[in-house]
Design a protein around this ligand. Structure first.
Ligand code: BF8
Length: 622
């Protein structure tokens, strides 16, 4: 009672508790903010790129252009481009971190291993490296070196883009949006959006597309592939999500952020007999590692470790008073976790030099001494356990089946001997499966409806196979949609296909960088045949109904530029300019065969997505 209403029963439950103990969360801050978000900021037409302003621009009003003369289209395109640059840079630094850790591992300088040698060899082949006769470590060094070099490359294409359908590569070449290197595209985008440089909205949006492609087919794909090779390619695995995964009689350590190197090391250290003994000495049964945000998805997919919470739950998890340590690295960490942790015995530990938080203690994580760093962190948590005071762990938790890498999908839907997307394509052609939809991205306290869940239910009822990643996936998990039992909510066709292989109707494909898996799944569907020549021919569509971070926009743009239309909600960041919004919603369709769109309610999303899938089916003659 009295809590600001938010998205799930469990949050509500613990929020009441947190209100009682005086913990302020984002839910409260949204309710406390009297003003709506700034209209000009939200519509993309507030320019603060120089000190003659900031200037609020109103499209069509002559006196309301920038002091420099910039109009709404230029400003909205510039701001959109900078969002893409910000989002892409996050994935690029993540990808670089993984590539460097991979190379160090290949050289034997870390405690990690090359867990999936078969994927290493397949990756080498795709990069044009002949794996024949090479020792795993030599091959890993060669692959790692090549991929590290992609970040600073100045000319030539990105190696993994050659995986895309030929027709798509031709679109990129024709439009001049194929990235030359990874980092270069962000720098150029920041340059071009500086005062007095690129003032042509369309030209800016081409570079935004190039930058986003360097994220999707470059940095994010490198991050996913190398994480799989190093930590294991996900296979179906049963585990649990939601706050109830915290344990009464164990040292609860939540690991929050994105790059899996820290979480993997913590997982290794948590089972170390020395650490277990130390936990027992303070009266705990052991260390309970649980994820928050995308780090959670990384260790859920590969290790079957539970997720305590998605983005909107990060402070709520702390408000239980039952968390001994929250360990963070980079991205999506609200500053609010610091005061929330400060109200309890909870140690907030930052680990990256790139991300420090006032009130947190910093333990620099070095992958070269990953186990020692991890043990040092866990010892902080163990020391906190005897200080746990009044606390409340709700019962809520839900079974999930995750681990749907595109390799797993090949195996599950393709069968042991066929190993291709042909059966999936056949089932789309014969109509048992109407199409494929991706529901990805953040959850957001500004959105009051459970859009992800209602939308997924509507889509599966209409025989659409749903792919999920990121915090959207965690929300679906809480709602029970990631279990084979959820097939009871699916349409007859989808049910028939998936029941035979024991798949849930909603397939969890991983963290946000793992949206690259969806690019590959789409590519495989095209290459398998029968559904057109390009990704833009597929009866497939993506959405991020509660987007919050800049990364979501970068992801959306690389999907659109790859030929998959994307619907965002509840708002789109260029709506202050009709010119730019029309360009994104219509002109991009002419250029890329895919476009952006916006929707708000689950109903609106479902209608638009089903219409889109039906139109693509019709065009294919299905
Ligand atoms: O990369 S879905 S809130 S945690 S940005 Fe962040 Fe959004 Fe969650 Fe992961 Ni993705």
């Amino acid at each position: 009672g009295g809590c600001p209403s938010i998205q799930c029963e469990t949050n509500q439950d613990v929020l009441c508790q947190s209100c009682a103990s005086g913990v302020v969360t984002a839910a409260h801050r949204v309710a406390q903010r009297a003003a709506e978000p700034c209209l000009f900021g939200k519509g993309g037409t507030c320019c603060r790129n120089c000190n003659m302003g900031p200037c609020q621009i109103i499209e069509g009003v002559d006196q309301m252009i920038g002091v420099c003369g910039a109009d709404a289209a230029t400003v909205a395109a510039r701001n959109f481009a900078r969002i893409v640059a910000g989002g892409s840079s996050a994935h690029m630094d993540h990808g670089r971190g993984m590539a460097l850790a991979f190379l160090a591992t290949a050289r034997g300088e870390t405690p990690y291993e090359i867990k999936d040698a078969a994927k290493l060899r397949a990756t080498a082949q795709r990069l044009g490296i002949d794996p024949a006769d090479k020792a795993t470590t030599d091959l890993a060094i060669e692959v790692g070196t090549l991929l590290v070099n992609q970040f600073g490359q100045q000319e030539g294409g990105l190696a993994l883009m050659k995986r895309a359908p030929k027709a798509r590569q031709e679109v990129w070449a024709k439009l001049g949006v194929a990235p030359r290197g990874i980092d270069r595209e962000v720098v150029e985008l920041m340059h071009r959006t500086h005062m007095g440089v690129d003032q042509d909205a369309a030209n800016l949006l081409f570079q935004a597309a190039r930058c986003a492609l360097a994220d999707g087919w470059g940095a994010s794909m490198i991050a996913t592939e190398l994480s799989d090779v190093m930590f294991g390619t996900p296979v179906p695995i049963r585990t649990k999500v939601n706050i109830g995964v915290l344990k009464e009689d164990e040292v609860n350590v939540t690991v929050h952020g994105h790059e899996p190197v820290v979480a993997e090391a913590l997982a290794m250290a948590a089972n170390d007999p020395e650490i277990v003994a130390e936990a027992k000495k303070v009266g705990a049964k052991g260390v309970n590692l649980a994820g928050v945000c995308c780090t959670g998805n990384e260790i859920l997919m590969r290790r079957g470790l539970p997720i305590a919470g998605s983005f909107v739950q990060q402070e709520v998890v702390l408000a239980t008073g039952a968390v001994e340590a929250m360990v963070v690295d980079v991205q999506c960490i609200m500053q609010g976790v610091s005061p929330a942790a400060g109200q309890f015995h909870t140690r907030l530990v930052t680990t990256s030099e790139k991300a420090k938080i006032p009130g947190a203690r910093h333990i620099a994580f070095d992958e070269h001494r990953a186990l020692d760093s991890a043990k040092e962190i866990l010892r902080q948590a163990i020391a906190a356990y005897p200080e746990r005071g009044k606390h409340y762990i709700p019962v809520h938790q839900m079974d999930v089946v995750a681990g749907f890498s595109h390799e797993t999908i090949t195996y599950m839907l393709g069968g042991r001997f066929r190993g291709s997307y042909k059966p999936l394509n056949d089932n789309i052609a014969n109509g048992r499966i109407r199409g494929v939809a991706a529901i990805v991205g953040c959850d957001n306290y500004r959105v009051l409806e459970e859009v992800h869940i209602e939308l997924a239910k509507e889509l599966i009822a209409n025989d659409v196979l749903v792919l999920v990643t990121g915090c959207a996936a965690t929300g679906m998990g809480r709602a029970g949609l990631l279990t084979p039992e959820a097939l009871s909510m699916a349409g007859d066709g989808l049910k028939e296909v998936l029941e035979a292989v024991g798949c849930p109707p909603v397939l969890h494909m991983g963290s946000c960088v793992d949206n690259s898996r969806i690019l590959i799944a789409a590519t495989e569907m095209v290459l398998t045949g029968g559904l057109g020549n390009d990704i833009s021919d597929l009866p497939a569509v993506g959405c991020a109904p509660q987007w919050m971070s800049e990364k979501a926009v970068a992801i959306g743009q690389y999907f659109v530029s790859s030929g998959a239309s994307v619907i965002f909600g509840p708002s789109f960041p260029t709506t202050g300019s009709k010119v730019v919004t029309d360009y994104c919603f219509r002109e991009m369709e002419n250029l890329y065969g895919a476009h952006w769109d916006v929707a708000q309610t689950s109903n609106e999303f479902a209608n638009k997505m089903l219409d889109h899938i039906n139109a693509k089916r019709k065009a294919l003659g299905l």
